[in-house]
Design a protein around this ligand. Structure first.
Ligand code: ADP
Ligand code: MG
Length: 297
């Protein structure tokens, strides 16, 4: 695994954006170079303590799923192989070994400013909304569900993607407006549900439950493609099947471990977040690595 990389500056490429996790560079007119750093975000804040090797794990997991699901939904991946990527870049651009494994060359798309969330189980903000209204994103759910209950069928519950703030659940008609019409909305929903179904089945064969996950889509040449990342512990809530029991919080591979620490720390989620103790960093990377191992085994 690579040494720590929290921020990149690639000479000779134009930096388009630093996301919470990825540094994004332009490659020509129609491609992007995405470098997943070791930054960790929680509650919409970048934490001051990076997690060494996390960016590589995320990129390897995404690359696995992008390759597996390309015939279900087209996606942005061109290559995650550093040798191949170097060959596609201008000759004066140098990417040293610290980029290995964590870098993806991708088709640039016009991003839909929404998160396409699919939920198979009740958790997180879905559980919160259900408790107060028996709905998620305005969709009526049966009575009597508990935290972590399995939903009768997976549901599509989009959220607005707010660049400098909190992502919030939106109803399907707002979703349709944001993405620019019925046709794109229906296609994004269809692809999201298909990807969820495929991934949930693959994960269940590894004794893992896909509680929920979010997809990002963009338009390229009039067609929707999956962009950013796919089915990683940053974008998905994944539980160990053996520890799942409705009414309790199952053991998970995602950022819940870090969120639990932050909740305990007394941080107000508005000021600068606290540094993470070493055992929380170690525990996080161990979970992410275990997920990579299980998924790609
Ligand atoms: N193929 C693509 N075309 C256009 N934008 C993309 C593509 N892939 C990823 N992005 C965008 O690049 C950024 C990646 O940075 P990331 O750290 O994942 O962002 P965030 O802070 O939103 O989580 C995001 O804004 C994402 O929407
Ligand atoms: Mg992202």
């Amino acid at each position: 695994m690579n040494a720590l990389l929290a921020k990149t500056d690639i000479e000779g490429l134009k930096l388009l954006r630093r996301g919470k996790v990825r540094d994004v560079y332009a490659v020509g007119q129609d491609k992007l170079l995405l470098v997943a750093t070791d930054r960790l975000s929680a509650f919409d804040h970048i934490l001051p303590t990076p997690v060494p090797g996390k960016g590589e794990i995320l990129t390897r997991i995404s690359a696995f799923w992008f390759a597996k699901t390309a015939d279900i939904a087209p996606n942005h991946m061109i290559s995650a192989d550093l040798g191949e990527i170097r060959g596609e870049l201008p000759r004066d651009v140098r990417l040293d070994g610290s980029f290995d494994g964590r870098t993806m060359l991708a088709w640039k798309a016009r991003r839909l400013d929404v998160e396409c969330v699919v939920r198979g189980y009740l958790a997180g903000s879905g559980w919160k909304e259900y408790q107060s209204s028996r709905t998620i994103c305005g969709q009526k759910l049966p009575e009597g569900l508990l935290d972590a209950s399995k939903l009768p069928t997976p549901i599509f519950t989009p959220a607005a993607k707010n660049d400098n703030g909190h992502d919030e659940n939106i109803c399907l008609s707002d979703f349709t407006k944001v993405v620019g019409g019925d046709e794109v909305a229906a296609e994004a929903q269809r692809l999201s549900l298909k990807l969820y179904a495929y991934a949930a089945e693959l994960l269940s064969s590894k004794q893992l439950l896909l509680a929920d996950t979010k997809f990002e889509f963009g338009l390229r040449g009039g067609k929707l493609i999956v962009i950013d990342e796919l089915l990683t512990p940053d974008s998905s809530r994944v539980w160990e099947a053996g520890s799942w029991k409705p009414g309790t919080t199952p053991a998970s591979f995602d950022k819940q471990f870090v969120r639990d620490y932050l909740e305990r720390s007394g941080w107000d989620k508005a000021s600068i977040p606290p540094a993470l103790p070493q055992d929380v960093v170690d525990g996080t990377i161990r979970r992410y690595r275990e997920f990579l191992g299980k998924v790609t085994a």
